[in-house]
Design a protein. Sequence first.
Length: 142
Amino acid sequence: MPARPSASRRTVLRGAAVVPAAGLGLAACSAPGNGSSAAATPTAPVDLGAESEVAKGGAKLYRDHNVVVSRDGNGALKAYSTICTHAGCAINKLQGTTLICPCHGSEFDAVTGKVVQAPATEPLTELPVKASKGRIVAGPDA
Ligand code: FES
């Protein structure tokens, strides 16, 4: 998959210009180590990428933005913060549609945001998301 042109990246939080787009569902990061509590979700709308990257019934994790976007069987998009509700680690692994926290192993359903494995008890925080001109835009006021 070639690098996508980033038309209107008006509010990328950090200047992370190059996001590896391959690896849907692959565990690219096997060395957690950064139980970063400084991780944060977008505070303004961010252009995450092409709408076609999230298949019906699938999900995609945008690690650089701490956002997961999923699409239900009807094609509706959902977005959630991937800051773990247990102790605030940035979730860095998506297996199918299951998010797995590197810190204590909590698991969340990326389609509903719900906890599927303790110790977390609270669902992920839902974020506004929309598709605009073929792009996925998530975050407050999206
Ligand atoms: Fe995610 Fe503890 S911070 S399981």
